[in-house]
Design a protein around this ligand. Structure first.
Ligand code: GLU
Length: 417
């Protein structure tokens, strides 16, 4: 990882630019540039064959001035502490831009969850929780799902925490299964929130979305639901999708139900009957109206940004675009809905889940959707108006909105001025 691709260095450079425009003090800048706390630890797990494996794990609490830290846990073979730091920083700006009373954090385990059995995955999840139980809590730091972690993993972690604490505390973690104190609507919330922002972007750009060609990179939770909701709700024609093994393209459109069935049957989207196989790199450069990066960090770079043709880039992934690429997309007139705005639907419904857990009183799906729409739409327009008035690209505008709020909380608490 070079300093051009290190996600934490990228997150710091993005912040530096915003701090300059906001005119914050050097002390405030120094404080916002690094995590407030971080924990690095090991999780030993007994494997099914009786042997032991020791996994490296992290939990980074970036900033909790605006409320308990909040952010998911990733299980990924390429996890690094700097990736977790960057993601924790982005969570801080994310909860701030949608104006929910939470801070930002992130966790990770270096592992390949696909090579673990169900039992091994459960022991790893419970082991992770045993190590962080006293570092987190409903009023300190609240984890959630992220790349390769699921509602089932959240359920195991919640259960382990309640055993350790000796009482019922479902608000320690969000993204739980609905029958076990999860919120209705959390499953597709990240994509749904992104769809609301695409709708608003089309409104301000005067763009007709009916049948608009769309490419989606990444076919996990966010990518799959973006395909479904984008088609059903906005009328998009999804012409390309991909996962870590490659992508597929059919200019006439890809049927959601059939694509899901194919992925479930074969474990990949490639070789889908009636579509052409393409690479992940090719997908980004297709002649589409909407491009949805919904995979991992660092996908749109100085090297390929000039070939992106989409009018709207809706970033459901965290950190898919490097700062150099941002400039190129801006100059070329692509309208970027930046990650920590576009994908904030997940954490927003996580916040709703916490509220419901605290009251032990549960909302209907319509109540969740309505409140999510209001949060996303308000945040979208705050960022759009900032970009227009300061004549900056949308990511920088989102930073200006979010960092200002966090800095205000930090200063008002008297930590740093
Ligand atoms: N992992 C998701 C994200 O990056 C959700 C976090 C949460 O719900 O706390 O936004």
């Amino acid at each position: 990882m070079t300093s051009a691709t290190n996600p934490f260095e990228i997150a710091q450079r993005q912040l530096d630019e915003a701090v300059g425009l906001l005119g914050l003090s050097p002390a405030m800048h120094a404080f916002l540039r690094v995590p407030m706390r971080e924990l690095r630890f090991t999780v030993p797990v007994q494997m099914d064959d009786g042997s032991f494996e020791v996994f490296q794990a992290f939990r980074v609490q970036y900033n909790d001035a605006r409320g308990p830290a909040k952010g998911g846990i990733r299980f990924h073979p390429q996890e690094t502490v700097d990736t977790v730091r960057a993601l924790a920083a982005w969570m801080t700006w994310k909860t701030s831009v949608v104006d929910i009373p939470l801070g930002g954090s992130k966790g990770g385990v270096i592992c390949d969850p696909h090579s673990l059995s169900h039992g091994e995955l459960e022991r790893l999840s419970r082991g992770y929780m045993r190590k962080v139980a006293y570092f987190i809590g409903p009023d300190k730091d609240v984890p959630a799902p992220d790349v390769y972690t699921t509602p089932q993993i959240m359920a195991w972690m919640m259960d382990e925490y309640e055993v350790i604490m000796g009482r019922h505390l479902p608000g320690v973690i969000t993204g739980k299964p609905a029958p076990l104190f999860g919120s209705l609507g959390r499953g597709d919330a990240t994509a749904r929130g992104g769809i609301y922002t695409i709708r608003e972007a089309a409104r301000v750009l005067g763009l007709d979305l009916q049948d608009a060609p769309t490419a989606i990179q990444g076919y996990g939770n966010a990518g799959q639901f973006a395909h479904k909701l984008g088609h059903e709700w906005l009328g998009l024609r999804v012409v390309a999708i991909s996962d870590s093994k490659g992508g597929i393209y059919n200019p006439n459109g890809l049927d959601y139900e059939k694509a899901i069935a194919w992925k479930q049957k074969t474990g990949k989207v490639a070789d889908f009957p009636g579509a052409k196989n393409i690479t992940n790199a090719e997908l980004l450069e297709l002649p589409v109206t909407i491009l949805v990066p919904a995979a991992l960090e660092g996908m749109i770079t100085a090297e390929n940004a000039g070939r992106v043709q989409a009018k709207i880039v809706a970033e459901l992934a965290n950190g898919p675009t490097t700062p150099e690429a941002d400039q190129i997309l801006f100059q070329n007139g692509s309208y970027v809905i930046p990650d920590f705005l576009c994908n904030a639907g997940g954490v927003t419904v996580s916040y709703f889940e916490q509220v419901q857990n605290a009251y032990n009183f549960y909302w209907t799906l319509d109540e969740v959707y309505e409140r999510l729409d209001a949060k996303m739409t308000t945040a979208f327009h705050a960022v759009h108006e900032m970009a227009q008035s300061r004549k900056v690209h949308n990511r920088l505008a989102a930073y200006l909105v979010a960092v200002q709020r966090v800095a205000e909380a930090v200063a008002t608490r008297g930590w740093v001025r």
